[in-house]
Design a binder for this molecule. Structure first.
Ligand code: CP
Ligand code: NVA
Length: 311
């Protein structure tokens, strides 16, 4: 049985297989063909943080695959009152067929997975947001950009870390520009650089957004204040001065460069209103693609569970 907790647990071929599956499922859906790959299955969806896209895309996705989604906010289940993750895992995974979790520390989702009888999907932790970056890559390919040069400008957060892992595994060029105090975790960078040796990915780091964006095919960013960091808001906004993706910065990228944002976006902070609206078509395609990519991930995980047919 496999879990989808971080991109680093997957080979290049497996990641591309998931993308192909997502593409096939999207195409089927556009032809109004809903194949019940996960008929009668239940997806438990545990949220310890807020969400719009992740909740709607997983819940709709499992329904379209013939199953049902169970929204479990930590405020409403005993997890929020202190029931351990491991006990929650041992209970829920005896009743549902797959679990998606959005939580804080990565170790929590790993603990859940260790005690789970069913596949677990990371719907965002403080360290990674792998389903989002798989979606972003799916969108880049769908827009006809092969072997992209991706420039990420902003906070060295869960989104940046996931870009690092995906670039390192797939082998495309990634440039990351962050203020020195908000760079990606050293451990994640060194793991990514190890994988990059194998895939041939060129990964480079900057403290100057202009250098990172020069000639890029894809420019992307994320909020400067992630969920759980609300107390640091003022300090962060000061530190990220100069990191806004605006038209002047976009001009340095390729003429037909695309701009992606995982959303929610804070205009006037990490992205200007002008850039956001000029690239709204790509950004909302990216948002829609959460649905298709995650359906690909769920079906792939279902295809890879070891089932005892005598049970
Ligand atoms: N991008 C993303 O995960 O959005 P939500 O926080 O709304 O789920
Ligand atoms: N980095 C952001 C991503 C939101 C989808 C956060 O963790 O809040």
């Amino acid at each position: 049985m496999r879990h989808f907790l971080t991109i680093k647990d997957f080979s290049r071929d497996e990641l591309l297989e998931i993308i192909d599956l997502a593409r096939k499922i999207k195409l089927q859906m556009k032809k109004k063909k809903f194949v019940p790959y996960l008929e009668r299955q239940t997806l438990g969806m545990i949220f310890e943080k807020s969400s719009t896209r992740t909740r709607v895309s997983f819940e709709t996705g499992i329904y379209q695959l013939g199953g049902v989604g169970l929204f479990l906010s930590s405020n409403d289940i005993q997890l929020g009152r202190g029931e351990p993750m491991r006990d929650t895992a041992r209970v829920i995974s005896r009743m549902v067929d797959m679990v998606m979790i959005r939580t804080f520390e990565q170790y929590k989702i790993e603990e859940f997975a260790n005690f789970s009888k069913v596949p677990v999907i990371n719907g965002l932790t403080d360290s990674y947001h792998p389903v989002q970056i798989m979606t972003d890559y799916f969108t880049i390919l769908e827009l006809g950009i092969e072997n992209p040069v991706v420039a990420y400008v902003g906070d060295g957060n869960n989104i940046a870390n996931s870009w690092l892992m995906l670039s390192a595994k797939i082998g495309f060029e990634l440039r990351v520009a962050t203020p020195p105090k908000y760079s990606c975790s050293k451990e994640i960078v060194s793991t990514a650089l190890e994988f990059a040796k194998e895939s041939g990915a060129k990964i480079s780091f900057y403290n100057e957004p202009k250098e990172a964006v020069k000639g890029a095919d894809v420019v992307t960013t994320d909020t400067w204040v992630s969920m759980g960091q609300e107390d640091e808001k003022d300090e962060r906004i000061k530190a990220f001065n100069g990191y806004i993706v605006d038209s002047n910065l976009m001009k340095l990228a390729k003429e037909d460069a695309i701009f992606l944002h995982c959303l929610p976006a804070y205009r006037g902070y990490e992205v200007s209103e002008e850039v956001f609206e000029a690239h709204a078509e790509e950004i909302f395609l990216e948002a829609e693609n959460r649905l298709h990519t995650q359906k690909g991930i769920m079906v792939w995980l279902d295809n890879h569970r070891e089932e005892d047919i005598n049970e």
